[in-house]
Design a protein around this ligand. Structure first.
Ligand code: SF4
Length: 247
């Protein structure tokens, strides 16, 4: 594994080690995009890995094929559990029956993202003490303060504190792509067609030169509004300094 380091902060591998070695119940979130590098790094650190993807029902077919390719690719080096989290059917049916399949173009993405992403994630995370995401500070103006480790204010409960690790926080997009090339990591073919940030098909488009990568998400809404709700509660939060590594 060859790893570029672009800051004085702990490397992504060091942050991953903290998460994977100190927490028994830890899940890695995989969006079907360049965060695949985290699975590759983890494959050198542990023998078993619990990964999940949010199968919103609106992903590009290329992304679904890529998720399955990743499952097969790492199955030889890792005992990989890859859960696809689907929306709760009653809530989804109600939304579609009442508002159709593209209501987010009319009244914003929150309602649909909540049903297809946030609620399934909340359910899944109740089984874990920590989770790992591919968030980076350079992805969007809303993510410039993302720490490498934090208490998850959005998904912790009164009875259970959830720690969130963002190992790639200090990396730039170029660092990620150097890692993919240097380590021959598989990647989503949509990246070769101008997609940088990859999400649901109706809400993602290729970006133009010099546009911010999240400009390709929910482009019909305010540029300050380009988060789906999964990370929103944590974006202005201080890093977790406790480093108690419980779990
Ligand atoms: S990104 Fe778009 S299609 Fe996907 S859950 Fe959010 S609003 Fe719905």
């Amino acid at each position: 594994m060859s790893e570029q380091i672009s800051s004085s902060e702990p490397s992504p591998v060091a942050v991953l080690k903290d998460a994977l070695h100190n927490f028994e119940k830890v899940a890695l979130s995989f969006s079907g995009a360049e965060d695949v590098v985290l699975i590759d790094m983890a494959s050198h650190l542990v023998e078993k890995l619990s990964v999940f993807s949010l199968d919103t029902g609106r992903l590009h077919p290329e992304t679904l094929r890529f998720i399955d390719r990743v499952r097969q690719h790492y199955a030889t080096s890792l005992e990989l559990t890859l859960d696809l989290l689907v929306p709760e059917p009653v809530a989804l049916e109600k939304l579609v029956r009442e508002k159709g399949l593209f209501s987010f173009y009319e009244d914003g993405h929150e309602e649909c993202c909540h049903i297809r992403k946030v609620a399934p994630l909340r359910r899944h995370l109740t089984g874990f003490d920590a989770w790992i995401t591919g968030q980076r500070r350079d992805q969007s103006p809303s993510r410039t303060q993302v720490p490498q480790r934090q208490i998850d204010a959005g998904f912790s409960t009164a009875r259970r504190q959830l720690v969130k690790f963002n190992p790639l926080a200090a990396w730039k997009s170029a660092d990620v792509w150097d890692y993919i090339r240097d380590n021959d990591v598989p990647y989503n073919e949509l990246h070769d067609r101008g997609f940088i940030s990859i999400g649901c098909e109706p809400c993602t488009r290729a970006v133009r030169p010099n546009e911010h990568e999240r400009a390709g998400r929910w482009w019909w809404e305010e540029s300050t509004h380009l988060e789906c709700g999964i990370h929103l509660m944590n974006l202005d939060q201080e890093p977790d300094q406790t480093n108690d590594s419980g779990g």
